[in-house]
Ligand binder design. Structure first.
Ligand SMILES: Cc1cc2nc3c(=O)[nH]c(=O)nc-3n(C[C@H](O)[C@H](O)[C@H](O)COP(=O)(O)OP(=O)(O)OC[C@H]3O[C@@H](n4cnc5c(N)ncnc54)[C@H](O)[C@@H]3O)c2cc1C
Length: 560
């Protein structure tokens, strides 16, 4: 380790969550912000449909809350979900003050806010309440504006293309991190508060809407630092990812919000058979229905149909998706678009309270990497950008006033699952450095087995087989010949792969634990929801640090 620097706050992640925290902290605090790719490259950048806020004349935070709870299938934390809905309008005003330009209504548009912002509709929302930008380029606009603002803030030091590979824990308190930059220079940073805003885990599955960087690094970092993780069995599979020609581009829910139909190969509009809201049913219902049709027909896709909608309006409303379709030789408004479910969003994560605190002192988490409990078993469309924003602003406010007494959430009913982990297996794996080809193979094997056995529909036999194969692969890799490399890209790729192994194991353990189907967790061998598990969360924590983690964990949850 060559050098060590000190900051007041260190943030890992430059998506909406990390950037919101950084910008909301007072300018007298010294902040370090890390991104493993270029600043601006994140899942946030690819968000299409938009951001939820109850600003329509017929809408209210209470209605937004009710829709969030309904989608969450009985597992939302009502306290944090209420915060999400109630603090959304002020948070959105802050975002606009940072320079984000949402789309404005034109004459003739019927759904708009009092100050003229155009409102869209998405599945399982009872009102028109989705703000968007550039039609379907909402995330790109948010990322653009926040990156500009961060670059203007001299108190924020950005470490781009710098991979964070370890959190530093001293006497049970997180005191900073270690990282390696693009030149291969390794260094450490100490800080009073370390914030994980690393985003999600979609990259663990072969088919995903996520860009390549979503390798669950934050979950693995938190786990090795001793933090509790929860709800990992709940991975949302987005129903409509464009397939064919190796494509894995998302077709936003907003397209169905504007009236698109889903059809099977026989041309039947099948969704009314599955749910009264048809194409606007919650995401888990639509994804399951599509898969059921695929299984019944033995096909590998279903079709999205916009042919009955006004084509000029569709091209204007969805320019990005239109261009994606064009690249695949498809016309958004005139062709049937082949779609299938793919891994999209991780509802579970590092367990936090409403102020971003984890079970480890000094360590905070926010955005997709965190589990505040707002999404329950199934995230309502366009609630995730909002979660990163609202809880990012709250976290920053809490850190700005350290003397503030933080109120803990009312309590989730939690069932603790201690997992013995002395981290030796990860240490063994990290000691080897396979060549590039071997790393590529290992990643594909993990993604393949997660896709095959831990997908939208899973059962005990498949989950156990996935666990067996992962273990065998880990053993094999631990014997791999180490290549000598100073290449920081290769080193980071291997770190990511080891993180994928760790989180895949934990997801499998969580999926094995929940003997019911609920929200995004569909067990072929337990098809029904179990009323007794309606408010139960499985909270995993590494046993080797149980002594110090338990009191804080017990403070945060009530035992079921
Ligand atoms: C195609 C697509 C469309 C979507 N559409 C919508 C939508 O319309 N509405 C909505 O609400 N949500 C949408 N989502 C989900 C939403 O975009 C994400 O949940 C959200 O952007 C996550 O933000 P974040 O700040 O938590 O993380 P991210 O935006 O993913 O940022 C993660 C950051 O962490 C950094 N990082 C990760 N690991 C490391 C490491 N080891 N070292 C250093 N840096 C690291 C990355 O470089 C990056 O800067 C969509 C997602 C996708 C993929």
């Amino acid at each position: 380790m060559v050098e060590s620097q000190h900051y007041d706050v260190v943030i890992v992640g430059g998506g909406i969550a990390g950037l919101s925290v950084a910008l909301r902290l007072p300018a007298n605090l010294r902040v370090a912000l890390f991104t493993k790719g270029q600043l601006g490259e994140s899942n946030t950048r690819y968000a299409q449909g938009g951001l939820t806020v109850a600003l329509g004349a017929d809408d209210s935070p209470e209605l937004h809350l009710q829709d969030t709870l309904a989608a969450g299938a009985g597992l939302c934390d009502v306290t944090t979900a209420r915060i999400l809905a109630e603090e959304a309008p002020a948070a959105v005003r802050w975002l606009i003050s940072m320079g984000v330009q949402f789309d404005h209504a034109r004459p003739g548009d019927s759904h708009a806010t009092a100050d003229g912002l155009l409102l869209g509709r998405e599945a399982a929302h009872s009102r028109w309440r989705i703000l968007h930008a550039g039609g379907d380029a909402t995330g790109a606009e948010i990322e653009r504006a926040l990156v500009v603002a961060v670059r203007q803030r001299t108190s924020i030091h950005v470490y781009a293309e710098t991979f964070v590979h370890r959190l530093l824990v001293d006497r049970d308190v997180c005191v900073g991190l270690e990282a390696r930059d693009r030149t291969g220079r390794a260094f450490s940073v100490s800080a009073s508060a370390t914030i994980l805003a690393n985003g999600g885990a979609g990259g663990l599955w072969l088919r995903t809407s996520n860009p390549a960087g979503a390798t669950a690094d934050g979950l693995a970092l938190a786990w090795r630092a001793g933090a509790a993780l929860t709800d990992l069995e709940f991975m949302q599979f987005h129903p409509t990812v464009l397939v064919g020609n190796g494509s894995s581009h998302l077709i936003s829910e907003a397209v169905r919000g504007e009236g698109a139909y889903l059809r099977n190969h026989a041309g039947e509009r099948f969704m009314p058979r599955y749910h009264e809201l048809a194409e606007l049913a919650p995401r888990d219902v639509v994804a399951r229905s599509i898969l059921s049709e695929m299984l019944a027909e033995e096909t590998d896709c279903q079709y999205l149909d916009l042919r009955h909608l006004d084509s000029a309006t569709m091209y204007r409303r969805f320019p990005t998706i239109s261009a994606i379709c064009h690249e695949q030789g498809l016309d958004l408004a005139r062709d049937l678009l082949p779609v299938a479910p793919a891994a999209h969003y991780c509802m579970g994560g590092v367990m936090t309270d409403a102020d971003g605190r984890t079970t480890v002192d000094g360590l905070y988490a926010v955005g997709e990497v965190a589990c505040t409990g707002v999404h329950g078993a199934n995230r309502l469309a366009s609630n995730s950008l909002l979660e990163g924003l609202v809880f990012g602003l709250r976290l920053a406010a809490g850190l700005a006033e350290p003397e503030r007494i933080h109120a803990l959430p009312a309590g989730r009913v939690a069932f603790e699952v201690p997992v013995y982990d002395d981290f030796q297996a990860d240490a063994d794996l990290l000691r080897v450095q396979p060549d590039e080809q071997k790393i590529g193979q290992a990643r594909s094997q993990v993604r393949q087995l997660m896709w095959q056995f831990v997908s939208l529909r899973r059962d005990q036999a498949g989950l156990l087989e996935a666990r067996r194969q992962l273990h065998a692969l880990r053993q094999e890799l631990a014997q791999t010949e180490t290549v000598s490399t100073e290449d920081p890209v290769a080193q980071a790729a291997w770190q990511e792969t080891v993180n994928m192994f760790k989180v895949a194991e934990l997801v499998i353990a969580a999926a094995l634990q929940r003997h019911e189907s609920r929200g995004s967790h569909w067990r072929g061998d337990y098809q029904q929801s179990d009323a007794q598990l309606a408010r139960t969360h499985y909270v995993f924590h590494p046993l080797s640090i149980q002594q110090h983690a338990l009191p804080k964990l017990q403070e945060m949850v009530q035992h079921g």
